[in-house]
Design a protein around this ligand. Structure first.
Ligand code: FMN
Length: 347
């Protein structure tokens, strides 16, 4: 169990790598490594072995995060269901000794099958509705005889990256707000599951006051992405972090991503071109998504390449995912200072 009920959300590609996750875990939160595309930044990758290198890179990242976190640190890996090597990545994370797998961008209906030899690894789906949570729970119970160890409820209204709805007009739909979904899901957990697993709120949480509001709805934890991306310990390049510092409200847009989901991002020159219907993609790196619109309709782009470009700080050509809280980022902070903001009692 973490000392504090705070999860640093997984942010790919490589925005939440071993350094960020390790430091959050060291401070008593759950540090999450995003597994997507780790190969691209790994010495194991030779340009042809993307999937094999991904597996080695996940294990390396867990080991590196553990070294920073020290004893008792809780490390999670975020695995996106939409990935071609989702089954291998979840298994590799278990083999690498992870404590928790947090999984969204699709319904993780078969996750317990991939992790069955590691029953002590906690499995936490990310959902945006009660319907999704109930479907996952019933399927897992019936097929695998286990239930989730918690749920992250992420609201598309404020969160960063891929948003857990399929249509653009659902992003601001009140039906998917934390105020609506958390109490429904807490009731489902208590009454239908007869359980006390935590419901964790995500999307738009900046400080302690936001956390307390989410707790008042019945949540027992929070997951935070954007604020942690712009930390000294964050794994992204300084140029990536500067883009967060510079961002204003007009820079935050919703795009229809190649993965077929709406996503919140900064209007970099690349994204501005895409929104104008005029995009020049670099070639597909590795067939990383099971459903990729770039493979089927060429008018979109290789998302792995665009995210790697942003991680490396290529403002012109990168896709910079962000939550709506990006406008509050004014400077780089230390992980410890953010944690203290939430938990002033921290030693
Ligand atoms: C740059 C960035 C990348 C992200 N990548 C992922 C990802 O790979 N997988 C995922 O499940 N969520 C991803 N997210 C969502 C975060 O984990 C988190 O749940 C969300 O951003 C919470 O909202 P907040 O940013 O307002 O705190 C990403 C968010 C950001 C800002």
């Amino acid at each position: 169990m973490p000392r504090y009920p705070l999860i640093q959300g997984g942010m790919g590609v490589a925005i939440s790598g071993p350094s960020l996750a390790g430091h959050v875990a060291k401070c008593g939160g759950v540090g999450t490594i995003a597994s997507v595309g780790l190969a691209a930044n790994s010495p194991h990758y030779n340009g042809r072995n993307y999937f094999d290198a991904n597996q080695l890179a996940v294990k390396d990242a867990i080991a590196d995060a553990r070294k920073i976190a020290g004893p008792g640190g809780v490390i999670a890996v975020n695995c996106m269901v939409a990935l071609t090597d989702y089954d291998r990545q979840t298994l590799s994370a278990c083999q690498g000794g992870v404590d928790v797998i947090i999984s969204g961008a699709g319904l993780p209906l078969r996750l317990p099958e991939y992790t069955r030899d590691f029953p002590d690894v906690a499995l936490v789906p990310i959902v945006s509705s009660l319907k999704a949570a109930a479907l996952i729970t019933r399927r897992w119970e019936k097929t695998y005889g286990r239930v989730p160890d918690g749920f992250v409820v992420e609201t598309p209204k404020y969160a960063g990256g891929h948003l857990g709805v399929t249509k653009m007009d659902q992003v601001d739909d009140e039906q998917f707000t934390l105020e609506r979904v958390i109490p429904e899901l807490v009731e489902f957990v208590e009454k239908e599951m007869g359980s006390d697993i935590p419901v964790i709120g995500a999307g738009g949480i900046w400080g302690r006051e936001d956390m307390e509001k989410v707790f008042a709805l019945g949540a027992k934890g929070v997951q935070i992405g954007t604020r942690f991306a712009c930390t000294f310990e964050g794994d992204a390049s300084d140029r990536f972090k500067q883009a967060f510092i510079d961002a204003t409200e007009e820079d935050v847009v919703i795009i229809h991503s190649p993965a077929g989901l709406p996503g919140r991002a900064l209007k970099s020159p690349f994204v501005a071109q895409y929104l104008e219907g005029n995009v020049k993609s670099k070639p597909c790196i590795a067939n990383c998504l099971t459903h990729c619109r770039y493979k089927t309709e060429k008018e979109t782009f290789c998302i792995a390449q665009a995210l790697i470009d942003s991680f490396r700080g290529n403002w012109e050509e990168g896709l910079f995912f962000c939550g709506s809280n990006v406008v509050k980022v004014k400077e780089m902070q230390h992980v410890e200072d953010i944690m203290r903001d939430f938990f002033p009692e921290m030693a």
